[in-house]
Design a protein around this ligand. Structure first.
Ligand code: GDP
Length: 611
């Protein structure tokens, strides 16, 4: 088959064969697979109207478009598929219960509390934390680790219930977006003195989209004006019909303040779980689960709260969580007690990881540390590629001119006290849009203080290091100060957003506006040797300033633009400026076409302040 010629460079033509590429692959990656010259692909893509360099990450559509053009079917492998394949190479799978279903054990439900702001989610979670009715450690101080488990009694049996301790649907959807299905039941909190509000509906939609059963907690019934019946009424419109009205949703009246109704709420959760879910897990298999929260602890290093979903997690296990790995040095529950093992639906803090995983990352226990490390390394590389891809803008041929001009980029390094805030901050910052030719790029992010290696990394142009609730450590402070690295500390996200936004605006190419300085009328034209024609003029308005810009106007028309007041004299003396009403000699450089009655207009370009 003849090789098609595109822009003079020949390309090996595919015959509809398939090539698989990871998301965020570059033309060099593609070239390698199809045995082509990267430069030929760059040219081919250029002819299709896109300009990228050979090593730049290219988005899915562009890859496929290019593939189609040269006869290849390009299959872009999603990160999820890729991860599945990565695990398969180690003979691992995530998410599947192993073994015979009959051998599986009942596991506790995992509950997420959602609802409108100020309807009492946080307070309810707090109240429940202390409602550990049958719990052995009743009275123990519960620390915030992102999730906790309490034990209640139902029909004579002790039944644990696990609560995710970050209320709100953001964390729920963020986890789900990562493919981590954590929540079995949603408790929808609605304040009885307020009613169904926008975020109530939003939470409800999220729960229904995820096909997660809902228990409604009608909160604040202690308040005057509380109208629990109204809430039931309102929610029927959204398909949530209370049992007492013939529906199948359990509504429980509670008060997070007086703690009334909490037992009933727990009962309702368990009954709903028993009625509509068959929650079971194999406690005998290799443990797997999801990271709920990660942080860097001063004394203990990276600490991740994980929710075991299947299997039994034990001290000493080799674990890989997202792109972090390590060996479980200790397991701690929400009371700070050391555990030997954690069963399904148990939230535990894992100490011993080499870095801090992100909320929503999955974890697996593998046979050997070596495997954990290899998986983590491969994931790290993939995350880097994907980030490069998502950050790159498509450039169309029309934008070619603009693209060839320097586009500017502000690079950021984000460090924070826990993975949730770092992600939230990054997400918020990436939404800032100032101008098309300026982009923001997070070159590094992580949990923990700002280290010397962060500053080393920042020692390139335009890198701002953001510390969110963290500080620079030891040598890093010195190094940053010495090298003039811009390190900024924040404790509130919006402040960070504001400052970065204005930093970006500061990078915009300045816009100039013309400000008129003065006009002069030509009365006489002198011929000066070696200088040329000089306009003997009378300043009519403003001031004529030496070196300012000028244009020449004759009979109302601009004869010459882009001139400069090259010389300015008052009688025999050089002057820097001459004011209205005075006479002066103006030389316009090599421009000599000056006539009597011409008007010289002078102006300067001033930088326009930005809105
Ligand atoms: P969130 O935004 O949903 O997490 O709401 P919070 O838990 O922060 O509660 C919002 C406000 O309502 C706080 O001032 C709480 O003290 C108050 N609150 C929460 N639950 C109750 C309740 O059952 N009764 C009363 N009277 N106030 C409550």
């Amino acid at each position: 088959m003849a090789a098609p010629s595109m822009g003079g460079v020949s390309l090996p033509r595919g015959n509809g064969q398939t090539v698989r590429l990871p998301r965020g692959a570059s033309l060099t990656d593609l070239a390698e697979r199809i045995n082509a010259q990267p430069a030929a692909l760059v040219t081919a893509l250029f002819h299709l109207g896109e300009m990228v360099t050979a090593t730049q990450s290219v988005n899915d559509e562009t890859l496929q478009l290019l593939g189609a053009e040269i006869g290849w079917v390009i299959q872009v492998v999603s990160p999820e598929d890729e991860d599945r394949e990565l695990l398969e190479t180690f003979d691992l799978t995530f998410g599947d219960e192993e073994g015979d279903e009959e051998d599986w054990d009942i596991r506790p439900p995992v509950v997420t509390v959602m609802g409108h702001v100020d309807h009492g989610k946080t307070k309810l979670l707090d109240a429940l934390r202390h409602a550990n009715v049958a719990g052995k450690e009743a009275g123990g101080i519960t620390q915030h680790i992102g999730a906790y488990q309490i034990v209640t009694e139902l029909e004579g049996n002790e039944r644990p219930v696990t609560f995710i301790d970050t209320p709100g649907h953001e964390s729920f959807t963020a986890m789900r977006a990562r493919g981590a299905k954590v929540t079995d039941i949603v408790v929808l909190v609605v304040a009885a003195d307020d009613g169904v509000m926008p975020q109530t509906v939003e939470a409800l939609n999220h729960a229904q989209a995820a096909e997660v059963p809902i228990v409604v907690a009608v909160n604040k019934i202690d308040k005057e004006g509380a109208n629990p019946a109204k809430i039931r009424q309102q929610l029927t419109e959204y398909g949530l019909v209370a049992e007492e009205y013939g529906g199948d949703t359990m509504f429980v009246d509670v008060s997070a303040t007086t703690r009334q109704g909490l037992d009933d709420l727990l009962t309702a959760i368990l009954l709903t779980a028993d009625a509509s879910l068959d929650l079971r897990a194999n406690i005998g298999q290799d443990p797997q689960g999801v990271v709920i929260e990660g942080k860097l602890d001063k004394g203990r290093g990276p600490v991740a709260t994980v929710l075991v979903q299947r299997g039994t997690l034990r001290q000493g296990d080799s674990i890989v969580a997202g792109d972090a790995y390590g060996r479980v040095r200790s397991l701690l529950d929400e009371h700070g007690n050391k555990l030997k093992e954690a069963l399904p639906a148990r939230p535990v803090q894992v100490v011993g990881l080499t870095s801090v995983p992100r909320a929503g990352d999955t974890f697996l226990v593998v046979e050997e540390d070596r495997i954990a490390r290899q998986i983590a390394d491969r994931r790290q590389a993939r995350i880097r590629n994907a980030q490069n891809a998502s950050m790159r803008k498509r450039i169309s041929l029309e934008d070619l001119d603009a693209a060839l001009k320097e586009t500017r980029q502000l690079n950021l390094i984000i460090k924070g006290d826990n993975s949730g805030t770092v992600e939230a901050l990054e997400e918020a910052l990436m939404k800032i849009e100032v101008s098309d030719d300026i982009s923001l790029r997070v070159i590094h992010r992580g949990v923990g203080g700002i280290t010397k290696s962060d500053i080393d990394l920042a020692l390139a142009d335009d890198v701002i290091v953001l510390g969110f609730n963290v500080r620079a450590e030891g040598q890093a402070t010195e190094l940053a100060a010495r090298e003039g690295v811009d390190v900024r500390y924040y404790t509130v996200i919006y402040q960070a957003i504001e400052e970065i936004e204005s930093a970006l605006k500061g990078m915009l190419k300045p816009e100039y506006e013309e400000v008129q300085l003065g006009t002069a009328e030509v009365r006489e034209v002198f011929r000066v040797p070696r200088i040329g024609n000089v306009a003997g003029s009378l300043v009519r308005s403003g001031t004529i300033v030496r070196n300012s810009k000028a244009r020449l106007i004759r009979d109302g028309a601009v004869v010459a633009d882009n001139l400069t007041v090259d010389s300015l004299r008052r009688f025999k003396d050089d002057a820097t400026e001459v004011r209205e009403g005075y006479e002066c000699g103006i030389g316009l450089g090599s421009f000599n076409d000056i006539k009597i009655d011409d008007v010289i207009e002078t102006f300067e370009l001033r930088e326009k302040p930005r809105a």
